[in-house]
Ligand binder design. Structure first.
Ligand code: ZN
Length: 147
């Protein structure tokens, strides 16, 4: 929720979307849900932001199909292996430093232009939530539009 004490706000739509993920680089197509939030608002032209709370998940765009998903997972396994000599794991008796590093690399949010009331995405471009944690998680994606 946005505090009511703010003097003025240009937020035309705000929603919190919930997802149950399997973790371990689970990739979820959130495009239709984000489009739904934009449609429920009233902006014609502007910007929509999708942001995931938490330091082991990320949002990006990709062609969401089995091969692309497998290749992205393989790329991140090569770049940031799950097994490794990680300070975060050593100092915190944790096991998911790779998830934190992957999430930082991709980033927690994307902004997409809204034109004519719809998202400007390529035909083969979807908005995806990726959960890198090493266990199933409940995730919240905040979606906000700006005129
Ligand atoms: Zn951790």
């Amino acid at each position: 929720m946005i505090p009511a004490s703010l003097p003025w706000r240009a937020v035309a739509a705000h929603a919190e979307l919930s997802y149950s993920t399997r973790g371990d680089a689970d990739v979820i197509d959130i495009t239709a849900d984000v489009e739904g939030v934009v449609s429920a608002g009233s902006i014609e032209n502007g910007l929509v932001t999708a942001f995931v709370k938490g330091s082991t998940a990320a949002i990006t765009t990709m062609e969401f199909e089995r091969g692309g998903v497998a290749d992205l997972k393989a790329l991140l396994d090569r770049l940031v292996p799950a097994e490794g000599d990680y300070e975060h794991n050593r100092l915190n008796h944790d096991t998911n430093s790779h998830a934190h590093q992957r999430a930082s690399l991709i980033g927690p949010s994307e902004q997409v232009p809204v034109v004519g009331g719809g998202l400007v995405l390529g035909t083969w471009q979807q908005l995806v939530l990726i959960d890198f944690d090493d266990r199933p998680r409940e995730r919240t994606v905040i979606v906000q539009t700006l005129p």
